[in-house]
Design a protein around this ligand. Sequence first.
Ligand SMILES: [Zn+2]
Length: 136
Amino acid sequence: MTRPLTRVDPAMPAGAYQTFQAVHPTDETVVAACQSVGCQAYAKGWDTAVDEATPLGMAQARYIRQESGRSFRELKTDGGLTVFRFESGQRCFADHHTKPTVYLVRGGDWRANLGLIRPHVRAAIGSSTSQSTRTN
Ligand SMILES: [Zn+2]
């Protein structure tokens, strides 16, 4: 059940207002970083077990050791599998997809859409980067 929408009566005509919107196009996904999708492997670390007795396992182990660029420890299970234990804070091996968010500023308010003024790359207004450094 949704609550009824309550709006304050505007003091000015619709043309005196700007609306800041975050829109999610429904037919499009983009590859996203672990952090932006709440990836648990990224947050907590993860184990990848491979069977180095198989060609696939040998290739996986070789990739992890020589090309993955990630920090890990190696363990052996009683069954002979190699377990690569990855620390948190590293990009996992999954391709995460998410719906992009498009940030827009348009003229008007809820009474009238007066057209796009400009898009934003990020939600932050008036900032060219998402990270800022403050020195005191
Ligand atoms: Zn991830």
